[in-house]
Structure formats: structure tokens, C-alpha cells
Ligand binder design. Structure first.
Ligand code: ARG
Length: 469
């Protein structure tokens, strides 16, 4: 039986009927639909609509549907079902008889789908944050392992200054930690329960909304039934957060692709995550990285689709909202699919420390440190910059590095130079000079590692709290 055929005199056009169905994709919401239905059933019992026996039989029926779905790996089939809400009603009636039709008392699919989607996004956030913690841990482990190894840092993709490899790896950890926080923030805001909002004006029965919210682990009921049935902000916030997360992954992938090229040679691609060429026998290609970079485009596409779908809708529920499910599911799957692979790649990749270190020794990356040497001897910064610039010019003529200039050469530029200049140009000294919070001095990077570990720890605690709540 349809959920709404009473007032219709004509049957639906068969093509339209199958075309407007959402069951093929919204069956993914089944477990949330069942949980929300159980909460609604309890509220119906409290409101005197279901007897104690009827409640038991409804709850048993819902449980059986859940078991059936689990056996089918969630991929339940039904070519006649309009959507997941219809599916549950049909199955319930098939299992427990007409009393199953009582479950829909005082509720609307508009509040149900809003509730299911909030629960879906909430669970996705919990899983993503868990996976993000794993990714961060892989980066932090590599950072600890890198010890005092140095590499060039770039600005404008030109040699800038030497940094610790660990410092560079921690830069990515910061991005991922922000992604985790953004998701947590989104979770906090979405965690209100629409049940009891009805179709638009609120439930027509005296349902205890607080109880339903509590049972489904929401922080409380939503405040306004018109908003609650039409709000999909949480989906936009979530997928926008995934866009930013995937943007970070894409930037990382791009940098790894550059660093693995023969011209850089800083990283050796792990074979377990690379592929060959069917034509060129020598090739080892960075496919994982390229796909990560490519998939970010797909997530941005979903984010755009969602915003454009929502932006023109008058209050409250409109069927257009159904079109928001697939981009949401696709963006979630895409993000969830990537994170464990990124962690695996990071653990498997080999850094060419010798090559990175060599690269950090050349290309005048100690020039700013050289200028600072003069500044510390009282030379005004702009003039020090100018003199070291001239020293670099001299090096370019002589084809050498700053530390290879003679003291005589240097003294023609400024009398403040003496023997100690050479010591201050050594990479270790240059690194140590950046001794500020967040800087590349070894002590500061160690602090950075400790701080990042702490943040991961509290992230894990929070995730466990939600898992056991
Ligand atoms: N399948 C629908 C959706 O996802 C459920 C809500 C239907 N509500 C309605 N008034 N037709 O949006």
C-alpha cells in the first residue's frame, strides 16, 4: 500500500513512479530510520496511541527488519518501495500486521528524513575523525623518525630556508587537526533532533520530544518545526568541511608527486601504492596521489551541487531536498575511502634523507641567516639584506655558496664579518636560529610533536566518548 494514494483518481505514470523513487539510495539510511522509528513508537505509547503490547510488537518488527537488513549487508531490495520510510512501513505490516500502520501516527516523512540524515552525518563524522587521527599518527610517527634530518623549505616553489623534515610533516598534521575540529563543530551544531516536528507545523499528537531526542543521543530537540523539516545546513557544513579536508589531501598529494619526480627525488614511491605503465617498462606512477588529488574535485562538485540545490527553496520541505542525498553519500564515501590509504601511504613511503639533506645545503638557503648575523652585530636590517644580496651576486659569479667566500671578499662588503660567520651558516646553526614557537629549531619541533600528540589523544578521547555515549 502506498503512503498517500487516498485522494488520487488516476494511477501514476509508470515511468514517473519509478523515476521519483529514492529507495535505491536512501536505503542507506535504514538503520537510522529504524532507530528513529523505535523512539517514535515509544513516544506513541506514552501518548496513549499504542498499547504496551502494540509497542512490543512494533519494536520486535523493527528489530526483525534490522536483522534482515544486516543479513543483506544493508542492501535490501524492493522494486515497489518509494523510499526508506515506505519500506519500513511495508515490512512492518508484513511482519506484524495492521498494527504496523499505527507507527506513522502523528509523524511525517519530512521530520523522519531530516532525523535520519542528521544521524547519518553524525556517524560519518565520528568515523572520519577516527580515520583522521590515524592519518595524523602516521605523519607524527614519520616526524619522530626523521629526527634531525633537514630539507629545503620553499616559497614560490623556490629554495627558501632549510627546515627539519619533522617540521614539514607537522604542517600537514595542523591542517588535518583543523579538519577534525571543523567536523566536531559541525557535529555539535547538528546534534538536535527533528522528531516531533511533523510535516511542518509540529506533531499532531502530544509526543515527548525530549525523550525521543535523548533516546537517539541528540543533545535535545530542534527549536522550530518549520526550520527543522527544511534545514539541510548540516549537510552543507559537513560536505564543505570535506571539501577543505580533501583540498588539504590534494595539496599534500601534489607536493608528494613533485617530490617523487626524478628532478626532486625526495621520496621514493611505495610499490604497494603505485602502478606501472603498460607501455613504458621503467615507470612507477604515483596513482594513489593522483587519485587523491582528482577525488577532491569530485567532493567540491558535491558541495556545489548541494548549495545550488538548497539555495532557491522556499520554506519548508520540498522534494528537491531528496536530491541532496546522493552528493552527500558520494562525498562521504569518497572521503572515507581516501583516509586509510593516505595513512598507509605515509607509513610506507621512503624519504631520501641524503638527497633532501644535500638539497638543503645549496641554493643560498642560509642567506637570511647570514643577514641576521649582520643584524645581530648592529647592522640595520635593510642594509644587511643588501650586503648579503651582494654576497650572493658574488657567489653567482664565482659559482659557489656563501660559506665558500673568503673573509677578504666578505670584508669588502662589510667590516662586521669575522670568522664566526662561517659557523653561523652551517645548517644546524641556521635551523637552531629559528627558535620561536612554531619555528624549525629542533627543540621547538620536539615541542610541536608533543603538542600534536596531545591533540590526537584528546581527539581519541572525544571519539571514544561519543562511541560509548
Ligand atoms: N524520500 C523523501 C526525501 O528524501 C522523504 C520525504 C518525503 N516527503 C514528502 N513530503 N514527500 O526527501
Amino acid at each position: 500500500m502506498k503512503m498517500w494514494s487516498g485522494r488520487f483518481r488516476q494511477p501514476l505514470d509508470p515511468h514517473f513512479e519509478s523515476w521519483q523513487r529514492s529507495f535505491e539510495f536512501d536505503r542507506r539510511l535504514l538503520r537510522y530510520e529504524l532507530a528513529a522509528s523505535a523512539a517514535h513508537a515509544r513516544a506513541l505509547k506514552n501518548a496513549g496511541v499504542l498499547s504496551a503490547d502494540e509497542l512490543i510488537s512494533v519494536l520486535e518488527g523493527l528489530q526483525q527488519i534490522g536483522e534482515m537488513a544486516a543479513a543483506a549487508n544493508g542492501l535490501v531490495q524492493d522494486d515497489e518501495t518509494e523510499d526508506v520510510h515506505h519500506y519500513v512501513e511495508k515490512q512492518l505490516v508484513a511482519k506484524i500486521g495492521e498494527v504496523g500502520y499505527k507507527l506513522h501516527s502523528g509523524r511525517s516523512r519530512n521530520e523522519q528524513v531530516a532525523t535520519d540524515l542528521r544521524m547519518y552525518v553524525r556517524a560519518a563524522i565520528d568515523q572520519l575523525r577516527k580515520d583522521l587521527a590515524e592519518v595524523c599518527e602516521a605523519f607524527i610517527d614519520r616526524a619522530e623518525e626523521a629526527g634531525s634530518a633537514a630539507m629545503p623549505a620553499y616559497t614560490h616553489l623556490q629554495h627558501a630556508e632549510p627546515v627539519l623534515v619533522a617540521h614539514w610533516l607537522l604542517a600537514y598534521v595542523e591542517m588535518f587537526l583543523r579538519d577534525g575540529e571543523r567536523l566536531a563543530d559541525c557535529r555539535r551544531r547538528l546534534n538536535r533532533c527533528p522528531l516531533g516536528s511533523g510535516a511542518v507545523a509540529g506533531a499532531t499528537l502530544p509526543l515527548d520530544r525530549g525523550l525521543m531526542a535523548n533516546e537517539l543521543e541528540f543533545d535535545g530537540p530542534t527549536a522550530n518545526s518549520i526550520d527543522a523539516t527544511s534545514d539541510r545546513d548540516f549537510i552543507l557544513e559537513f560536505v564543505d568541511s570535506l571539501s577543505l579536508l580533501s583540498l588539504h589531501l590534494s595539496r599534500w598529494a601534489e607536493e608528494m608527486i613533485i617530490f617523487s619526480s626524478q628532478e626532486f627525488g625526495f621520496v621514493h614511491l611505495p610499490e604497494a601504492y603505485s602502478t606501472g605503465s603498460s607501455a613504458m617498462p621503467q615507470k612507477k606512477n604515483p596513482d594513489l596521489l593522483e587519485l587523491v588529488r582528482g577525488k577532491s574535485g569530485r567532493i567540491f562538485g558535491s558541495a556545489t551541487a548541494l548549495a545550488v540545490t538548497l539555495k532557491g527553496l522556499p520554506l519548508a520541505y520540498n522534494k528537491d531536498l531528496q536530491e541532496m542525498q546522493q552528493p552527500l553519500f558520494d562525498a562521504t564515501d569518497t572521503a572515507l575511502g581516501m583516509l586509510p590509504l593516505v595513512a598507509g601511504w605515509m607509513r610506507a613511503v621512503a624519504f631520501d634523507s641524503a638527497h633532501m639533506n644535500d638539497a638543503s645545503q645549496s641554493g643560498f638557503m642560509n642567506a637570511w641567516a647570514a643577514a641576521t648575523y649582520l643584524v645581530k652585530r648592529g647592522v640595520p636590517s635593510r642594509l644587511a639584506h643588501e650586503q648579503i644580496g651582494k654576497a650572493v651576486k658574488l657567489c653567482l659569479e664565482k659559482n659557489c655558496e656563501l660559506q665558500e667566500l673568503t673573509l677578504e671578499d666578505l670584508r669588502t662588503l662589510h667590516t662586521a664579518f669575522d670568522e664566526s660567520f662561517y659557523e653561523s651558516l652551517q645548517t644546524a646553526a641556521v635551523l637552531a636560529m629559528h627558535d620561536v614557537i612554531g619555528g624549525t629549531a629542533p627543540g621547538r619541533v620536539r615541542q610541536g610533536i608533543m603538542a600534536a600528540k596531545k591533540k590526537i589523544e584528546s581527539l581519541r578521547e572525544e571519539i571514544n566518548f561519543h562511541a560509548h555515549a
